[in-house]
Design a protein around this ligand. Structure first.
Ligand code: DSN
Length: 452
């Protein structure tokens, strides 16, 4: 990296801040150091995470956090916002440019709150929404009873075909039968390309609005490696920390429909979202988080990121092929994105036992239900893996076979006492952990200094 000679006020601030933390709270500093080292020494394959770019992370620690700035650029309820306005406008402009959108709201704290904003922009309590079922790879906020989406609205689901791809015909049948006000497309554990145009055709046929939640695949969409929903859906939501390597938070975009009128209102969809974010759901936004989003958006729009995104997809394909070669059932038959879901119960280990045993050895994945899963969400029959974190270590497709060899060895050595209890021999565990560390050292996180 280029050495910059001049010390700036911000570099002095950041160095002073970490020094002060060490002095005033060594206990917390030590825990934060432990977490830094943990991330360096394990292989994180949690599909809903990435390894944020340090240039985005540092924005989250800036004194912008000190500014209370209810409202929007040029229209605040507080004084002292002239630079805050510049930051938020930059994030908005970058979000629109990155995704080819006409409108962007960068204030939502998460994709969950972004989805809630959209729901309450076009629906009233008791209205019907149609979303992908959880077991089929949908998200809690797409109509699960565990979330406000399934409590306040009458949620109806669609699922997968027997070949484990989204059942577009069933989605249309359910839409014709239930006449939802909102159809949600988008997934949290689904590895195939989504046909946004088919969703929009059904939404138009039944007079519904369409929400595309691209939280998991936002980076691939930005890089042109997955088709964009922005001009198919009325609303597109995402978070910025899963695949955009940016700070934590949510985004709402509107494409060509931004001037369409919201139901029962004189407001356009863009104006309605604007009012629903603030003041309906949120107060003062987190401006440091918005600065981090601005940085993340510039990163995913860069030629450098295109190569990272390409690697994400290649690694996932190699991971899926390696599991298939070892005789595992890969749900959805393979992958088009960064996600690989594997049926581990078919090999005699529950999802939760696989997750815990792998973590004991330094491989971090998460348990995940598979289609028609008989086990509860706290147990599950599958694991979900993702390659966002591996791409930033500049791993090669050949490394995926080594990772799957290790995972396979662990699963073969798990003694399953019950669906929630297992045993793993300590000598074996530590030998795998050492091999994982060797890979982590060979393929360090490119953007973070290696631990001392
Ligand atoms: N949506 C959850 C996941 O995919 O893991 C977390 O954000």
């Amino acid at each position: 990296m280029q050495e910059l000679e001049t010390t700036t006020d911000l570099t002095r601030f950041a160095q002073n801040a970490i020094q002060r933390l060490r002095e005033v709270d060594p206990e917390l500093h030590a825990i934060l150091e432990d977490e830094y080292r943990r991330q360096a020494n394990v292989l994180t394959m949690v599909a809903s995470s990435s390894i944020a770019d340090p240039a985005a992370l540092i924005c989250e620690a800036m004194p912008t956090m000190n500014v209370t700035a209810e409202g929007y650029p040029g229209n605040r309820f507080h004084a002292g916002c002239k630079h805050i306005d510049r930051i938020e406008q930059l994030a908005i402009d970058r979000a629109k440019a990155c995704f080819g959108a006409q409108y962007a709201n960068v204030q939502p704290m998460s994709a969950t709150s972004a989805n809630e904003v959209v729901m309450f922009s076009v629906m009233k309590p008791g209205d019907t929404l149609l979303g992908l079922e959880l077991d089929s790879g949908g998200h809690l906020t797409h109509g699960s009873k565990a979330s406000i989406s399934g409590q306040v609205f009458d949620a109806v689901g669609y699922g997968l075909t027997k070949d484990e791809v989204i059942d577009y015909d069933q989605m249309r049948e359910r839409a014709l039968e239930h006449r939802p006000k909102l159809i949600i497309c988008g997934t949290t554990a689904y590895s195939r390309t989504i046909d946004w145009a088919r969703f929009r055709a059904v939404a138009d046929e039944v007079g519904a609005f369409l929400l595309a939640d691209i939280t998991h695949i936002a980076g691939l969409v930005a890089a042109g490696l997955h088709p964009s929903p922005v001009d198919h859906a009325h609303f597109t939501t995402m978070c910025t920390h899963k695949q955009m390597y940016g700070g934590r938070g949510g985004l709402i975009l509107i494409g060509k429909d931004y001037e369409m009128t919201a139901p029962g209102s004189k407001l356009t969809l863009a104006q309605m979202v604007q009012k629903r974010v603030f003041p309906y759901f949120q107060g003062a936004p987190n401006q440091s988080q918005i600065a981090a989003k601005a940085r993340g958006l510039a990163y995913v729009a860069s030629p450098e990121f295109k190569q990272v995104a390409q690697r994400v997809v290649e690694l996932a394909r190699a991971l899926s092929d390696a599991f298939l070669a070892k005789g595992y059932r890969v749900v959805f038959g393979g992958t088009d994105n960064h996600i690989v879901v594997v049926d581990v119960a078919a090999k005699g280990v529950s999802g939760v036992n696989a997750e815990k045993a792998l973590e004991d050895c330094g491989i971090v994945v998460n348990k995940n239900r598979i289609p028609y899963d008989q086990r509860p969400p706290t147990v599950t029959s599958g694991i979900r893996l993702g390659t966002n974190g591996l791409a930033i270590r500049e791993m090669e497709p050949a490394d995926m076979a080594e990772c799957v060899d290790l995972i396979h060895e662990v699963l073969q050595n798990v003694s399953q006492v019950s669906d929630k209890e297992y045993e793993l021999e300590e000598g074996f565990r530590s030998s795998i952990e050492e091999r994982v560390r060797a890979i982590a050292r060979r393929r360090p996180i490119r953007t973070y200094p290696a631990p001392l």
